[in-house]
Design a binder for this molecule. Structure first.
Ligand code: GDP
Length: 411
């Protein structure tokens, strides 16, 4: 489209390759690099080491990893495939690349019996990489608990028997866990493996790959070349010099997750929602008939309680205001304050644009006020931690199509 083309930066290049030529180029893969247009993302990544304008990413189409890379995962040549499944610690369920995880799980299930003798050589393996660990309140968390929690959430997200070769908790910003991850990737990739880094947009993939490259001793910026994968000539990037001479590391375009609230926000709204520093809890004690709003994005109603009150802790960007009040006033809040005092959305016009306001109900039970029993997580925003002694029926309102999950609590 015209809009997409604005995001393209011409290199010394010819034209974008038509499909047949791209396929031919792909078969030439190891003989040389084809010269093509470089998308804005690749260009920024190469020249600035990061994507310069996160808002502009919305103009880029989604990348279909399953059809573009899927067929290459079970390599008949015997070269090992390793998939790095990236998930953001501050939005695990929303950012987890579940379609790709399902693909890996399905490949494993198809080989079910062979596993008795270890993973078959040509079966894709996967590492779960939890990024931005520094955003969690790490002093009050046990790494072992986060590790086990992330593993369980990944399996839930894959909806099948996902066998992970390992789980890594990292912060590229702080350099935590990057060295161990690189060692493990090198070990699993072996001499000639193909490694694919996969994640939702903004998961921290570019930052992590740059940290990995620095850690591997690649001087300055890593060398990036477009990888000739059919149909994705503009998109998949080979990161040179990080693995051995013949093993290859590929960066794939950030996945567009329509179920993450962030995917519908303007860049101005995104700035309010994105968590940049260690998350701080905001806790309320609330009763039946009361509601908490997170900006004009989400509302939690306490509909029924078997006890007097419950504790609700909001984990979200501190730039998004919270409001607690009576549920009976909630529709007035939406009409009069969404888009104004309760931002995002920024501006009342945006409320309708975000979609239809819908409710899901959750039954939660627990036996302690001191520790949270359950989280209700909203993809692309954050989560409510619920602490109670007894049972509660909670109503969660947000825009239609935004994923909401109830999960065992993280903090
Ligand atoms: P990509 O779209 O997956 O390539 O994500 P980027 O690497 O561009 O990162 C998205 C945003 O997350 C940027 O604002 C980064 O500064 C931020 N970010 C990336 N890694 C970390 C991290 O380890 N910790 C924190 N706090 N922020 C990070």
């Amino acid at each position: 489209s015209g809009r997409l083309r604005e995001g393209l930066v011409p290199s010394q290049a010819n034209e974008t390759l038509p499909a047949a030529a791209a396929a031919a180029a792909a078969s030439e893969e190891d003989k040389g690099e084809s010269k093509v247009l470089v998308c804005a993302r690749c260009h920024s990544l190469r020249h600035y080491g990061r994507v310069k304008h996160p808002g502009a990413e919305h103009l880029l189409p989604d990348f279909d990893f399953v059809s573009a890379v899927g067929p290459r995962l079970a390599s008949p040549s015997g070269a090992r495939s390793l998939v790095l499944l990236l998930a953001d610690a501050s939005d695990f369920d929303g950012s987890f690349p579940r379609a790709v995880a399902r693909l890996v799980a399905a490949a494993g299930e198809a080989h079910g019996a062979d596993w008795k003798h270890g993973a078959p050589a040509n079966l894709p393996r996967a590492l779960l990489v939890v990024t931005k660990l520094d955003l969690l309140p790490t002093p009050s968390l046990s790494p072992d608990d986060v590790h086990a929690w992330a593993h369980a959430r990944a399996r839930a997200g894959a909806g099948g028997d996902l066998r992970l070769a390992g789980v890594h908790l990292v912060s590229a910003a702080r350099g935590w866990g990057v060295h161990d991850l690189l060692d493990h990737v090198r070990e699993l990739a072996g001499a000639r493996g193909n490694v694919w880094a996969v994640g939702a947009r903004n998961v921290g993939k570019s930052t992590l790959l740059n940290a990995i490259a620095r850690c591997s001793g690649v001087a300055g910026q890593p060398t990036l070349t477009e990888a000739p994968v059919p149909g994705t000539t503009l998109d998949v990037i080979k990161v040179d010099g990080v693995l051995g001479a013949q093993a290859k590391l590929f960066d794939t375009p950030g996945l567009l997750h329509g179920h993450q609230l962030t995917s519908r926000l303007t860049s101005e709204e995104m700035k309010l929602v994105q968590v940049r520093k260690e998350m701080r809890p905001r806790t309320y004690r609330i009763k039946t008939g009361q509601s908490i709003h997170i900006g004009g994005l989400v509302r939690l109603d306490v509909e029924e309680l078997t006890v007097g009150s419950i504790y609700v802790t909001v984990w979200a960007s501190p730039l998004v205001p919270l409001h607690m009040g009576k549920t009976e006033n909630a529709s007035t809040m939406m009409k009069e304050h969404f888009g104004l005092q309760l931002q995002p959305p920024v501006g009342q016009k945006r409320v309708k644009e975000l979609g239809e306001w819908v409710r899901k109900r959750y039954k939660v039970s627990g036996n302690s006020w001191d520790t949270n029993t359950k989280d209700i997580a909203i993809a692309g925003l954050g989560w409510f931690g619920i602490g109670l002694k007894g049972e509660a029926v909670l109503g969660l309102w947000t825009y239609d199509g935004v994923d909401v999950v109830s999960r065992s609590s993280l903090v």
